[in-house]
Design a protein around this ligand. Structure first.
Ligand SMILES: CC(C)(COP(=O)(O)OP(=O)(O)OC[C@H]1O[C@@H](n2cnc3c(N)ncnc32)[C@H](O)[C@@H]1OP(=O)(O)O)[C@@H](O)C(=O)NCCC(=O)NCCS
Length: 185
């Protein structure tokens, strides 16, 4: 995938500031990433892309599929180093993985969710055409808090589809993800 700010499936950028208060939590986070990479199967995959600017890893953008061959649905998770937030990168990297999901993998729908007061994440979803899809609950620092849910059907994505995102070598990944390659012309 070649972009002005490329996201590449490679070495992980450490989410250091996320857990700078606790190296132990950071270590557990990284172990989770490595476990996820080793566990890719047709029934559940999580692709951990690294966001790179000028050769420096600055964040991660995950794309997750559960029984994708059956449902065609994906969800996403994003994290950026605090010093590069608020400059439009969050929208860029979400658009990049949405392009992979819809154009490269043939997804039917993408979803996203975030705590109500996570304005940046919710605004990325809203700005990219996701529509509200209800509310759920999760705990945060031990306290219950509301989650805003979003969904982006394929037809909505098509309306905002970008023509400047290049997908590279996706075909070779399809069998690993349990996706039938498109019929040859
Ligand atoms: C969520 C995240 C990836 C978004 O990336 P970002 O680079 O900060 O977002 P962008 O600069 O692309 O901004 C996207 C939109 O959100 C708005 N926005 C950004 N930060 C905001 C804030 N703190 N409050 C309100 N709106 C905000 C921007 O104005 C923009 O809206 P627009 O389209 O109307 O201009 C990033 O903020 C982050 O890593 N946050 C911490 C981790 C996290 O919460 N991840 C999501 C878990 S669900």
């Amino acid at each position: 995938m070649a972009r002005k700010f490329p996201i590449v499936p490679g070495s992980t950028g450490s989410p250091s500031s996320l857990y700078e208060d606790s190296p132990e939590r950071e270590w557990r986070w990284l172990q989770g990433v490595w476990r996820g990479r080793g566990r890719v199967s047709a029934s559940l995959w999580r692709l951990y892309f690294v966001v790179v600017i000028d050769g420096e890893p600055v964040g991660m953008q995950d794309l997750i599929g559960t029984d994708f061959a059956t449902f065609g649905t994906v969800t996403t998770f994003s994290w950026l180093s605090p010093d590069v937030r608020g400059g439009g990168l969050g929208k860029e990297m979400r658009q990049a993985v949405l392009h992979l999901a819809f154009d490269g993998l043939g997804a039917r729908e993408a979803s996203s969710d975030a705590f109500f007061d996570n304005h940046a994440s919710n605004r990325v979803s809203q700005a990219l055409g996701y529509v509200p899809n209800g509310v759920s609950w999760d705990t945060r620092r031990g306290e219950p808090a509301e989650i805003k849910q979003w969904r982006l059907p394929r037809w909505q994505w098509i309306k905002r589809r970008r023509d400047d995102i290049e997908l590279v070598a996706v075909g070779g990944c399809l069998p690993v993800l349990g996706i039938d390659p498109p019929p040859a012309d």
